[in-house]
Design a binder for this molecule. Structure first.
Ligand SMILES: [Ca+2]
Ligand SMILES: [Ca+2]
Ligand SMILES: [Ca+2]
Length: 244
């Protein structure tokens, strides 16, 4: 009895560890850009670079960042291609796409010059950025066909933008500096499966990207249950051992 219980404990603990170890960076995070690091050294694919150069900036209002300064008919993209399984997991568990960036030009019309998106193979969950003539950031959640919103309470510096998808309601909430600000459930279509930050051909704009992170929301309840199960079995095994 003790031996079989111990085997069960080991199995449960290994299952729990496997769940943690299967995540490549930290639990739930599939890819991340941070600071002034070249995204190609972080696992991002650099696609279609033409028309302008990119590079680091240090200590910009206290932030390090990677600069995409598109002044015209340039375009490029940093992306991570996603498998069918990863997309399915993201849509069933929920996902979070986070970026801290500064829109450096004033004014900067919203025209796909500064983009952040998760393309699911059906929908394009996107937000693109600009700036008003008095330097407030502008966001357009959902891409072309959606209404740009001026964030009048914010200055022209770095801000944290977080898109979070609720798998129960299929609604994305955009939080800015931790404050839920916009929601959206209508998206343009896209046949590709990837996470990307980029600058489009027609658009212009300078995005200074301090952080980009895509996360499939972990299931703490599963890990918690596994942990509680393991503890329970260990207690049970210890009691059995004491009695025998
Ligand atoms: Ca520029
Ligand atoms: Ca362009
Ligand atoms: Ca623009």
């Amino acid at each position: 009895m003790i031996r079989s219980t111990s085997c069960l404990v080991v199995l449960v603990v290994l299952l729990g560890m496997g769940q943690v170890l299967a995540e490549p960076i930290t639990p739930g995070v599939l890819i991340r850009h941070s600071g002034a690091t070249n995204p190609t050294t972080e696992g991002w694919t650099f696609r279609n670079p033409r028309g302008f150069s990119v590079g680091p900036i240090l200590g910009d209002e206290g932030f390090d960042a990677w600069v995409l300064d598109d002044d015209g008919n340039g375009e490029l993209e940093y992306n991570l291609s996603l498998s069918d399984a990863q997309v399915a997991e993201a849509l069933s568990r929920g996902w979070r796409l986070t970026a801290r960036l500064k829109v450096a030009e004033v004014p900067d019309p919203v025209d796909n010059g500064i983009n952040l998106a998760f393309n699911s193979g059906a929908e394009e969950f996107s937000v693109d950025f600009g700036s008003s003539s008095d330097a407030h950031p502008i966001v357009r959640l959902g891409g072309e066909g959606h209404t740009p919103v001026i964030l009048g309470g914010l200055d022209g510096g770095y801000h944290l933008y977080e898109m979070q998808y609720n798998p129960t309601t299929s609604v994305v909430t955009l939080s800015v500096d931790g404050v839920p600000t916009l929601t959206e459930d209508r998206w343009n279509t896209s046949p590709v499966q990837k996470v990307r930050f980029d600058s489009g051909f027609r658009g212009t704009g300078e995005g200074r990207w301090n952080l980009v992170e895509f996360e499939i929301i972990p299931e703490p309840s599963t890990l918690l249950l596994l942990g509680m199960g393991a503890v329970g079995l260990l207690v049970y095994a210890a009691r059995r051992r004491r009695r025998s």
